[in-house]
Design a protein around this ligand. Structure first.
Ligand SMILES: Nc1ncnc2c1ncn2[C@@H]1O[C@H](COP(=O)(O)OP(=O)(O)OP(=O)(O)O)[C@@H](O)[C@H]1O
Ligand SMILES: [Mg+2]
Length: 240
């Protein structure tokens, strides 16, 4: 039943138009993310992982196909309703952090809550959110970096800020697109440990894009994407 799935993407095609040329990156592929599972997605550079993650995270529209978030057909909603759905149900961690350079660490973390408040979401108490952001950043070892701008932070610190931002509204779904791709091994491990801990403590439904086969061993399922198609599940698959 699709309501039991965190995400259900069907028949996804994605093409990009470059001048006269149309490049089809995703060729009618599927993905189901079950509630509470940790799913790893692997695949060669250029295989379409980020393109697919942006579609699953409602950041980009598929050329064809449907994306359901907890049973709701995202592209059947109005722009505002879809923005609200994305804001409140999905956290996204990017490979390149994507923090706003002119905002401090804590202002970046609080931003999704400000957006939620602008959507008229009830239950958004900005004072409480601010405290939650401070508590999150402190837990991530950044209590003395709250007012630093991204340019004043290391890569690992920026990614921890980005994770705190992705989780500030307590979304049930987290998509992390190569979250340690730009970090050295030791820093990357710290960031991943932190992500895994959050996944367990919050019971997140999580997709983790990674090149690290050891990390894939810690996932409930591992999928690979090849030539714009998700390949069938690996030996880690759990039956429905
Ligand atoms: N906006 C765009 N316009 C045109 N082509 C694009 C666009 N975005 C992605 N592509 C193309 O789609 C293909 C897949 O890109 P994508 O970023 O999804 O790969 P990836 O699997 O995430 O790779 P990596 O591991 O290097 O991050 C690439 O060939 C890329 O050039
Ligand atoms: Mg990518």
């Amino acid at each position: 039943m699709s309501e039991q799935l965190a995400l259900n993407a069907r028949d996804i095609r994605k093409s990009f138009q470059i001048g006269e040329r149309t490049i089809e990156v995703l060729h009618g592929t599927h993905l189901e993310l079950r509630r509470g599972e940790r799913l790893c997605l692997m695949g060669a550079s250029g295989a379409g992982k980020s393109t697919f993650m942006h579609i699953l995270g409602l950041l980009d529209q598929p050329t064809e196909g449907s994306v359901e978030v907890e049973g709701v057909n995202a592209w059947g909603l109005s722009v505002n309703e879809r923005a609200k759905l994305r804001n409140q149900r999905i956290g996204f961690v990017f490979q390149f952090y994507h923090l706003l350079p002119e905002l401090s660490a804590i202002e970046n973390v609080v931003l999704p809550a400000r957006i939620a408040a602008s959507h008229g979401a009830n239950k958004i108490d900005l004072k409480e959110i601010n405290e939650r952001a401070m508590e999150g950043l402190t837990r991530f070892g950044l209590s003395d970096r709250l007012t630093h701008r991204p340019s004043q932070l290391s890569g690992g610190e920026q990614q921890r800020v980005a994770i705190a931002r992705a989780l500030i509204l307590d979304p049930p779904i987290l998509i992390a697109d190569e979250p340690t791709g730009n970090l050295d091994t030791a820093t990357g491990k710290k960031v991943l440990d932190l992500l895994m801990e959050e996944q367990i403590n919050r019971g997140l439904s999580m997709i983790l894009v990674t090149h690290d086969t050891r990390l894939a061993d810690t996932c409930d399922r591992v999928l690979t994407i090849e030539d714009g198609q998700i390949q069938s599940d690996s030996k880690f698959d759990i039956p429905h």
